[in-house]
Design a protein around this ligand. Sequence first.
Ligand SMILES: NC(=O)c1ccc[n+]([C@@H]2O[C@H](COP(=O)([O-])OP(=O)(O)OC[C@H]3O[C@@H](n4cnc5c(N)ncnc54)[C@H](O)[C@@H]3O)[C@@H](O)[C@H]2O)c1
Length: 247
Amino acid sequence: MNFKGKTILVTGGTSGIGKATVSLFTQAGATVGVNHIGQHEAFIELERELSEAPGKLIELEANVTDAGQVRVALDTLLSATNRLDVLVNNAGVSLIKPFLEITEDEWDHIVDTDLKSVFLCCQAAIPELLKTRGTIVNIASELAISGRAKFAPYTAAKGGIISLTRSLAREFAPTIRVNAVAPGPTSTPMLAAEAAVPGHNESTADIPLGRYADPVEIATSIVFLASEHAGYFCGDILSPNGGAVMR
Ligand SMILES: NC(=O)c1ccc[n+]([C@@H]2O[C@H](COP(=O)([O-])OP(=O)(O)OC[C@H]3O[C@@H](n4cnc5c(N)ncnc54)[C@H](O)[C@@H]3O)[C@@H](O)[C@H]2O)c1
């Protein structure tokens, strides 16, 4: 796929699925705004890894739960490229905790990072995407469909992303296509941190393909939805999940 001359913004782009997505877009020739929070070293390493790629990276450190920081990050990217073609809302955090023990601050942290951030980034980016007839790809989760014990705020936020995706798809079609990817368990630092939680049972037993996804297998769905090849996808939820959730 060719993204030469295109500008992409990937939130949470220095780790896991976001990093693989940045890598594919950069190899396809795009200028990629790489958002992260507190991962400057990881950005420098990624820039080094991609130094031979035809595209280019622009570092955008910002907390995506803060409207002012989102604005500054987008303005930094626009001052370099003067356009925005694709927004990938990927930044996210998870929490494994019994529902009755979740504090209000924990609920707000998860829902703000996973869902409010999508509202803030979309509201900032859509005026630019209207100019370029651009596209948005939001990252939900298969858990939004299946639900999971001890994941209440995370699954609620991811379900919200699916609903928000469909509402924005209807509101901004045909100018902007809005779609989502709902991955199954993927080998990233987030999954490793979850697996390390005492008492948490993370296993491939219920996955028909019998393994976790590699981040690049999720990134290919994201890049596909952002590409002209997905020109008839609108409000859709692509679900690379190894068969764990079939619908
Ligand atoms: N790994 C999985 O199994 C899996 C499955 C389904 C969905 N997802 C979703 O995919 C996305 C990426 O997950 P991952 O596994 O690659 O996670 P990860 O922990 O490897 O990366 C998350 C990224 O988000 C960034 N981030 C977190 N909070 C932020 C904030 N407030 N502002 C800006 N950036 C912030 C981090 O800096 C990091 O770059 C998330 O939305 C996650 O919920 C992951």
